[in-house]
Ligand binder design. Sequence first.
Ligand SMILES: Cc1ncc(COP(=O)(O)O)c(C=O)c1O
Length: 463
Amino acid sequence: MTLATDAPNSLEAKDVAYLVHPYTNLRAHEQQGPLVIARGEGVRVWDIDGKDYIEGLSGLWCAGLGFSEKRLVEAARRQLERMPYTHTFAHRSSEPVIELAERLVKLAPEPLAKVFFVNSGSEAIDTAIKLVWYYNNARGKPEKKRIIARRRAYHGITLAAGHLTGLPYARVGFDLPMSDRFFHVTCPSHYRDGLPGESEEAFCDRLAQEVETLIRALGPETVAAFFAEPVMGAGGVVVPPARYFEKIQPILRKYDVLMVADEVICGFGRTGNMWGSETFSIRPDLLVCAKQLSSAYVPIAALLMSKEFYDVLADQSAKLGTLGMGYTYSGHPVAAAVALETLKIYESDRIVDRVRALAPRFQARLARLASHPLVGEARGIGLIGGLEIVQDKRTKAQFPQEAKAAAQIVARILEQGLILRPLPGDVIGICPPLIIAEHEIDELFDRLERGLDAALPAMAKAA
Ligand SMILES: Cc1ncc(COP(=O)(O)O)c(C=O)c1O
């Protein structure tokens, strides 16, 4: 039997479409030079020549409070003056770290109860992987180490996280995979991965079945965890069908496989609830968050875990004498103070209500683009969206890779004063700051429409 796995280093034909990251080629970068952003205000940024843009991707899906939130600047300044650095090793902590941990746990979905602070999403994912392995060693299940993720997932780029990311560019040329513990199943894009005539319900059933078949083929005693972003971001803004996670989770529970929610993009209101896990009825054993945790003003990320998971780690660390896990800047007090103030702002400004109020306008303008000749699918939820660019709307055929369709279109959109991001699979990501006003949503989409139209002649030639 051929496993529906990610055979190490053998890219399947369908993955090739995701091989080339539409952006980063160092030689091209040398020629073109960077767009240097000098200052920001609200949802707008200015480059060094004074040209203004709407930041339609909140930087890298992260600056939820925009680019001029004075309360965050003040929080950093206050903490820098009071205590610029102390660590969280060996029974130490600081006031903002303690307060932030308490607040995060209160906000977190059930049954998460404990927090471990780190500095980036990738670091949080690496930490989660190591702790999952530590947990299963502690439980006397040393074989239970394999991890399942999805094709097109983005979980970061460090050594372990890079194994989970289901985009070939994270591996090719880097001697990854180094480990055979990582497997990938089908991406829940009904548009791209659904079979002809397959309903969303049948698609979800098939994908859930694929997960079960894989777990059984590998041996449930060898499978430790399933990692998933509620809405896939950097792999192409893939919003799963509503019942996808409902169908996957009973299988995970049946085989004692942990559910790890990667909320690095979805966390803190993006999908119209505080957590993507709420939007998609996920009950995570572990949850990773970053980015909007501090509205990106300073680097900080967190790994939340259930009490049951924590207790196993705690007993094992007592047995071994230590928990050999931590970073110099885990729970950096300045980062913690800024994150704490960010969470206070989310509460005082009722950020989730705000997203819910704005989402209908945002999603209506997004949906309107589905009729554009270059757009195969316009999809989104809350204040995140993606446009899948196709050469042929009827057959869903993509432009040839060399055309770099999404990157070309994004360049035209940039000329209109809107920063968006081309993603693998020729998707254009849209993820504005959560503080965007209704009239700014209209302005964003007006610029986007003008950019798409301006790209039409070049794309007709590329076809
Ligand atoms: C869902 C998700 N997980 C993990 C990461 C990695 O985070 P970082 O870039 O902070 O390492 C990202 C980054 O975009 C992400 O979107």
